[in-house]
Design a protein around this ligand. Structure first.
Ligand SMILES: [Zn+2]
Ligand SMILES: [Zn+2]
Length: 204
């Protein structure tokens, strides 16, 4: 069924214009779904569904806003090496989450980290992105994009940072983390993060 009124997509929070998406009956009432999320959800029901090799549409869903406002979240924590407080980029969350939206995407995921870094750079806050570099993790035995300490440049491991954020979100919700800025993000970039199943998501 078409949506007669505008609303945020339940799955991705992108604004869907009137008649631009789908209206579905969910557990908590009527839900608006954008064309992309609707078609991927139908695909998920089929036996060919392979989350590892999901092909997202290369154009934004029709009948939707082309950008979405995202909060870039940060967290100040003590560096394990020098013990001084340092700021880590921790994740992304819609500035206006839709009714029923679930998912704080954390930087314990390569795509989320790359998008966080890109968004703060686009917003002219290169200072916030400066600590994020491709670093060698001895625990993970590979190079990965990760936060570094602002004082001593020691790697702040993506997984321990995620775990600490999880604790803060469990007690304080999304406001348990700091909103560093609100960035305007192209919908396709955001959906690439939403539909990455490589981990780094907190249900919220
Ligand atoms: Zn959607
Ligand atoms: Zn340090």
């Amino acid at each position: 069924m078409k949506n007669r009124f505008a609303g945020g997509c339940t799955r991705c929070s992108v604004l869907v214009f009137p008649n631009g998406g789908f209206l579905r009956k969910g557990d908590e009432g009527w839900e608006v779904w954008c064309a992309t999320c609707q078609s991927l959800d139908e695909l998920a029901e089929s036996k060919d569904f392979d989350p590892e090799n999901l092909e997202l549409p290369t154009v934004p869903p029709s009948g939707c806003a082309t950008t979405v406002d995202l909060r870039v979240l940060g967290m100040t924590r003590a560096c394990w090496k020098c013990r001084k407080d340092t700021l880590c980029l921790i994740g992304l969350y819609p500035d206006r989450p839709s009714h029923g939206y679930v998912g704080l995407h954390t930087t314990d995921n390569e795509k989320t980290m790359a998008l966080c870094q890109l968004l703060v750079q686009h917003m002219g806050r290169t200072d916030l992105a400066a600590g994020v570099k491709s670093r060698y993790s001895r625990t993970m035995r590979e190079r990965q994009l990760a936060n570094g300490c602002w004082h001593c440049d020691a790697l702040q491991g993506n997984f321990p940072v995620h775990e600490e954020a999880l604790g803060r979100v469990a007690s304080g919700g999304v406001s348990g983390l700091d909103t560093l800025l609100v960035a305007i993000c192209p919908v396709l970039e955001w959906q690439t993060v939403v539909y990455d199943f490589g981990g780094g998501v907190i249900a919220i």
